[in-house]
Design a protein around this ligand. Structure first.
Ligand code: ATP
Ligand code: MG
Length: 149
């Protein structure tokens, strides 16, 4: 399907803002307007990353910046939060199935599958997912996808 990225981000934000009125969003799009992808897979990816950002941010820092850019014929999506961050010793574990970092933000009902699923999704979409994080400052997930138009 042809996905309009700006509309897609806006509707993702709408849904999550209804669920969490205290969640603040900003976003930017540059270099492209639409691309061919599976909106259901893209939606699962967005929902998992957005939900994590909310869960793993302190009450007064629940904000997320989403950007979508066309860079060298690839789509680069970034999800940058101002949350609790991920210790560098854990960075290599977070994409593993059932892996969860023990902290007070872990909620009942989470199983530690979200990011493992995201990685599978992105691989299936012929893309890449990576993460940069600073403890107590925030986390940025970067997804690179092929640009098909
Ligand atoms: P589930 O997604 O299955 O409900 P989960 O959120 O604990 O459970 P993942 O989404 O796979 O599992 O994330 C794995 C771990 O990585 C989390 O338990 C959390 O400790 C850490 N993590 C994920 N996203 C963030 C984030 N944006 N900021 C800080 N820590 C994060
Ligand atoms: Mg999760």
């Amino acid at each position: 399907d042809e996905v309009n990225i700006e509309e897609f981000i806006e509707s993702t934000i709408d849904v999550h803002q209804l669920k969490h009125p205290d969640f603040e969003f900003t976003y930017e799009v540059s270099g492209f307007k639409t691309f061919i992808t599976d909106p259901v897979l893209l939606g699962s990816l967005f929902d998992n990353l957005v939900e994590n950002s909310y869960k793993y941010s302190p009450p007064d820092r629940k904000k997320l910046h989403i950007s979508a850019r066309l860079i060298k014929d690839r789509i680069v999506l970034r999800f940058k939060d101002a949350g609790i961050g991920i210790p560098s010793s854990e960075i290599n574990n977070i994409f593993k199935k059932f892996y969860r970092i023990q902290n007070r933000y872990n909620q009942n009902g989470s199983v530690g599958l979200g990011l493992a699923f995201c990685k599978e999704l992105v691989n299936f979409m012929n893309g890449d997912i990576s993460v940069k994080s600073v403890v107590d400052k925030g986390t940025e997930f970067k997804i690179v996808l092929p640009y098909i138009n």
